[in-house]
Design a protein around this ligand. Structure first.
Ligand code: SAM
Length: 274
């Protein structure tokens, strides 16, 4: 099995059984825009992420940036705020609208290309650095995704991801609530194997951690967000609350669940000699 096949197979193993999906009225996969906005605010207060430092160094003072799966712009707006031209690709119309609002509110110019990468790759020109943060675990077709990034990058490609699949921490609750086992992978090391195989380069990898940044303003919000991820019908949310009771930390009125540091990796490679 190739590394790319293994990546796709591990992601496919995360698929949620149809009978669970049939019992709920909202998709478990969506990200409430409000939570991303909150996370972006927390990120601004936190020490600068390694990814920002690496992209800044690779792009230089005025190199252009293409951000794939930009969300509300958390990873790339700070770099654009320093004067670098930014094109952001985002497939979710709600996220794209929130990104436009955020950039406008901060007076940062950004061109937003709405659509899924690499389908819309021909609507985005080449850039000095092509980056993507917290997206690859969403991408089963990882080879065309990475190759199109590589082909659009004049100087370098930078990929930020968590060490493990972002749903890995949900596994115990899936087991407790549905009796369902969840896979272990893929991990950042699997991504490196795919890059070696599909792009033919040996990327550098920088490991670091960031404050989780995700907090909830009430038990109702926490149970709604997590219940959605766990494909839990509304009438079972009381059960989830009981399950979480010992695991939630309350700090200055905010509810935190699980590890407050997130283990991150920034994987990058040059596409041209220095
Ligand atoms: C977890 S968020 C990360 C947002 C941002 N990069 C950050 O680090 O804060 C992932 C985003 O990638 C977008 N996305 C996922 N796959 C994509 C694709 N193939 N093309 C464009 N956007 C994609 C999703 O809509 C979502 O907004």
């Amino acid at each position: 099995m190739t590394a790319a096949d293994r990546w796709a197979a591990e992601l496919a193993a995360w698929a949620i059984p149809d009978e669970l999906l049939a019992a709920v009225d909202e998709s478990p996969y969506g990200w409430p825009v409000e939570l991303w906005r909150r996370r972006s605010e927390a990120a601004e207060a936190a020490p600068e992420p390694e990814t920002t430092r690496i992209v800044r160094e690779l792009a230089g003072p005025d190199g252009s940036i293409l951000d794939i799966g930009a969300g509300t712009g958390r990873a790339s707006l700070p770099l654009a705020a320093e004067g670098r031209p930014l094109v952001a690709v985002e497939k979710d119309p709600g996220m794209a609208a929130a990104l436009r609002d955020e950039a406008a509110a901060r007076g940062i110019p950004v061109e937003v290309v709405e659509g899924a990468w690499p389908d819309v790759a021909d609507r985005a020109g080449p850039a000095d650095v092509v980056m993507s943060a917290n997206v690859v675990y969403d991408v089963a077709g990882i080879v065309p995704f990475l190759r199109a990034m590589h082909d659009h990058a004049r100087r370098a490609v930078v990929v930020e991801l968590t060490e493990r699949h972002p749903w890995a921490n949900l596994a115990p609750w899936y087991r407790a609530l549905h009796g369902l086992d969840r896979p272990d992978g893929p991990t950042w090391e699997d991504l490196v194997a795919v890059i070696r195989e599909a792009v033919g380069v040996d990327p550098a990898a920088e490991r670091w951690s960031r404050p989780g940044g995700l907090w909830y303003e009430s038990w109702d919000e926490l149970v709604a967000v997590l219940g959605r991820r766990l494909v839990l019908p509304r009438q079972r949310r009381g059960q989830l609350r009981r399950l979480l009771e010992g695991e939630v930390e309350v700090d200055r009125g905010r509810l935190y669940l699980g590890d407050r540091e997130r283990r991150m990796v920034t994987v990058w490679w040059r596409t041209a000699p220095e």
